[in-house]
Design a protein. Structure first.
Length: 460
């Protein structure tokens, strides 16, 4: 499989080729717009269009008279030459000569008698038939037909028709402009036409170039798999034995609850068990000869079980008053002094244990900016503490329902994982996430937000 670098280079190559093609089209049309008269424009069309799309010979044929207006590489073609005679006859054999089309031997219902001789001169010919037109009129009989030839079995492809589509109207507009110069409006129409050409080229560029949709949203660094340290019993925090950022090992004591009450309960329960045991022993001795003692014996045995249960509970509370680390990790908590002397309930979280370098990015995607993202969408992270550096990540979770971000903005919660572990990032650091979506045209990317705002405003 191609590597990521090879895929990237391939995309760069395709983009470069697209830019070169658009640049060639823009240069060709710009130079055509600068031609001073009709003859110089015809010469430019016949001899310079090859800089945009390759051909071996070009010709312009008058639609009405079928006069050959020019042939590339020839200043004044002879009207009696074979090529001129063949091109004048060619229109009679086409089913729809007013449509752009590729002409080869299979294009005719009846092959012209001159076709074999025509193609033999060049070792096999393929023609591209391009009737020129204007923006206002797609079938203008005053405009000529541009014929492009490829020789030596080089065939035109359907994609070439799309490439030459901008030439038909732009060349037609320019030729029409020169025909109107005599009316005194050439300057005004020339400016409009030039703007139209530039606008057409711009629109073509905007909707041909593809970029990824992207959404910018606030983000925060949070632990990947944090372990919560909670209180196993109700009590009062006596002392926090570690400080934030400290590395701790499993079973290391982290939190000490006030043990006075638990110690008293344990001592009292222990003493009660001794008393009950003593009473039970005395009663067992008396039960040998005393029936009343025998009847009390069962009650004392049950009492002993209850006292032992209370003792176990008291011992559990006393043991759990010292809260230990459930695993190795680094302590993450607020000011420890705020906890000292504070009553806590069973299950209340006091701190987190995290593993350095194992973190994720929590992203708050604004409600209005939610778009469809591909699986494992690419994410670029820029942290406020290091705005000159960007980090690469990928999206691994996107909530289906909206919630409220810490700033009070309705948002969809998303999470991303860094492509490379980073031990130098502190938890809680905030920044900006750029999430890349599917490929869209540059034109759509530019109008997406304004279009959404207009639709929201008018209610469509």
């Amino acid at each position: 499989m191609p590597t990521e670098q090879e895929n990237f280079q391939k995309k760069i190559f395709i983009l470069q080729q697209t830019i070169k093609t658009l640049a060639a089209l823009n240069s060709l049309l710009s130079e055509a717009g600068q031609c001073r008269d009709e003859q110089s424009l015809i010469f430019h069309i016949l001899n310079h269009t090859v800089t945009y799309i390759h051909y071996d010979r070009a010709a312009l044929i008058n639609r009405k008279s079928r006069k050959i207006l020019g042939i590339s590489g020839s200043s004044q073609p002879s009207a009696h030459s074979n090529i001129c005679r063949w091109l004048r006859k060619l229109k009679n054999y086409l089913n729809n000569p007013e449509e752009a089309q590729i002409i080869n031997e299979s294009s005719f219902s009846a092959v012209p008698d001159f076709w074999e001789e025509y193609t033999a001169k060049s070792g096999g010919t393929s023609l591209l038939w391009l009737p020129l037109s204007t923006t206002q009129n797609s079938k203008n009989n005053e405009l000529p037909i541009l014929v492009l030839e490829r020789w030596r079995q080089k065939e035109w492809q359907p994609g070439d028709l799309k490439l030459t589509a901008p030439l038909q109207k732009n060349f037609g507009n320019l030729l029409q402009l020169h025909k109107r110069k005599s009316s005194g409006n050439s300057h005004r129409h020339g400016r409009r036409l030039l703007l139209l050409i530039i606008f057409s080229a711009l629109i073509l560029a905007l909707y041909s170039y593809k970029i990824s949709e992207r959404i910018v949203a606030p983000c925060e660094i949070v632990p990947l798999n944090p372990i919560s340290v909670t209180t196993p019993i109700d009590g009062v925090v006596d002392e926090i034995l570690v400080h934030p950022g400290a590395s701790v090992k499993q079973d290391e004591t982290l939190i000490k609850l006030n043990r006075d009450i638990f110690s008293e309960e344990f001592t009292a329960a222990k003493q009660q068990v001794k008393i009950t045991l003593s009473e039970l022993s005395r009663t067992e001795a008396e039960a040998v000869a005393d029936m009343d003692a025998r009847s009390r014996l069962r009650a004392l045995e049950n009492q002993l079980k209850m006292d032992k249960t209370r003792l176990r509970i008291a011992r559990y509370k006393l043991d759990k008053s010292l809260i230990a680390a459930p695993a190795n990790g680094v302590v993450m908590m607020n000011d420890p002094n705020e906890w000292e002397g504070k009553p806590v309930m069973t299950g209340e979280r006091i701190m987190l244990l995290i593993t350095p370098g194992e973190n994720k990015i929590k992203i708050y995607l604004p409600l209005a900016d939610k778009i469809d993202f591909p699986e494992n969408a690419r994410v670029k992270i820029i942290l406020n503490t290091d705005s000159a550096t960007s980090r690469q990540a990928h999206l691994n979770y996107l909530a289906e329902h909206a919630t409220t971000s810490p700033t009070g903005v309705p948002s969809f919660l998303a999470e991303a994982i860094l492509d490379q572990k980073a031990t130098d990032i502190r938890m809680g650091v905030q920044g900006t996430a750029v999430i890349y979506g599917n490929k869209v045209s540059l034109g759509y990317w530019l109008i997406r937000r304004p279009l959404a705002a207009i639709r929201n405003f008018i209610g469509i």
